[in-house]
Design a binder for this molecule. Structure first.
Ligand SMILES: Nc1ncnc2c1ncn2[C@@H]1O[C@H](COP(=O)(O)OP(=O)(O)O)[C@@H](O)[C@H]1O
Ligand SMILES: CC(=O)N[C@@H](CCC(=O)OP(=O)(O)O)C(=O)O
Length: 333
């Protein structure tokens, strides 16, 4: 006869704790089952082999959990390193790389020829899932030349593209075939050439075109900070209206990121997130836990649509807005 104590042992308590973490994922598995999730993988979140391997695992986990992940990647630091080797200085205006014709060749080579290949290789260590594409393939992304305003003046920043058209057919076919598309942020230009598109912008355009349930962007900070860099208080949730109010005060890499979140949500994606790609498996924490991680931009009506669609309540840990912090978010860098 084996007698059991009424009090769980330390091992049993640990097992119960693990089980409660697993079951916490149930409503989120149900809500996002079969939904496309666009994941933007930023170059700053790829800085170690360990992080790249963990990222590939998270993507394959989403796939096996029944979601349909699509990866759109950047590679800014990797491009800068290659330009440096070629003796070309990297310059940014409003968070976008000033891209000469000469630099464009290097951007394309690094993004599609190196970074894309590496992500595909890491994902495919788990099975024949990832298929790499450049945004120029099958006219997936078509762009026109982008010019930006600085101090009221229009500035030409070279072969930087503004996405004007998305033809998601090839990606949709890969998803339907059970594959994981991995896409570099290069776009086709009307003059037959190509444009360098900020990867946040590319991911947002694709999320809208694919009717994604979520857009998640991995970067090298916890999320959007209020009054950065003086204050690094994390803003965990903000509405479209709150985001519009803080946008003019943002600078550096966060500007294209938050603009991309805004466009995604305004384009019908219920939730757009900025999360810390330096934390292994932060992607899984965002999708499958009640609290989530990072910053979420959400449209309440679209979220309600998700709720009525399958009967689940909104994420409880996300209902307290940091509205005061939001009003003074940003800060020039
Ligand atoms: N308000 C802000 N909150 C957080 N980070 C900010 C903010 N404003 C600017 N940043 C900067 O934006 C960077 C992230 O953008 P970026 O370097 O382009 O990343 P990625 O390569 O992941 O796209 C952060 O490392 C930080 O230095
Ligand atoms: C126009 C523009 O700025 N394009 C980016 C494309 C890569 C990118 O966006 O990479 P991250 O996501 O790592 O920043 C660049 O040339 O750096």
């Amino acid at each position: 006869m084996i007698a059991r104590s009424a009090h769980p042992t330390a091992d049993q308590a640990q097992a119960i704790d693990k089980a409660s973490h697993l079951i916490e994922a149930l409503p989120w598995l149900s809500r996002f089952h079969g939904r496309t999730v666009v994941v933007k993988y930023g170059g700053n979140a790829m800085i170690s082999e360990e992080l790249r391997v963990r990222f590939a695992e998270s993507i394959v986990f989403l796939h096996y959990a029944g979601l349909r992940p699509v990866v759109v990647h950047g590679g800014g630091p990797q491009i800068s390193a290659q330009l440096d080797l070629a003796g070309v200085e990297s310059r940014f205006t409003a968070g976008l790389r000033v891209t000469t014709d000469e630099a464009m060749d290097i951007v394309r080579m690094v993004l599609t020829g190196q970074v894309n290949r590496e992500i595909v290789g890491l994902v495919n260590q788990h099975g024949p899932f990832a298929v790499g594409m450049s945004g120029e393939d099958a006219n997936l992304l078509v762009a026109e030349r982008k010019s930006v305003e600085v101090d009221g003046e229009t500035v030409d920043i070279g072969r930087v593209g503004e996405v004007t058209e998305v033809n998601p057919g090839a990606v949709a076919a890969l998803i339907a075939d059970g594959r994981i598309p991995v896409i570099s942020s290069i776009a086709r230009a009307d003059d037959g050439g190509v444009y360098n598109v900020n990867a946040d912008t590319a991911a947002s355009a694709l999320a809208v075109a694919l009717d994604a349930g979520k857009l998640i962007m991995l970067t090298d900070v916890e999320g959007l900070f209020a009054d950065y860099p003086a204050n690094t208080e994390l803003i965990s949730r903000l509405t479209v209206e709150e985001l519009k109010a803080v946008l003019p005060s943002l600078s550096s890499g966060m500007l294209p990121k938050m603009e991309a979140c805004l466009r995604a949500v305004e384009g019908g994606v219920p939730q757009a997130h900025i999360i810390d790609g330096r934390v292994p498996h932060s992607l899984l924490l965002e999708v499958f836990t009640d609290q989530g991680v990072g910053t979420m931009v959400a449209d309440q009506q679209l979220e309600a649509g998700l709720v009525t669609g399958n009967g689940h309540i909104p994420r409880p840990g996300r209902t307290s807005d940091t509205t005061t912090a939001v009003t003074n978010a940003g800060g020039a860098q």
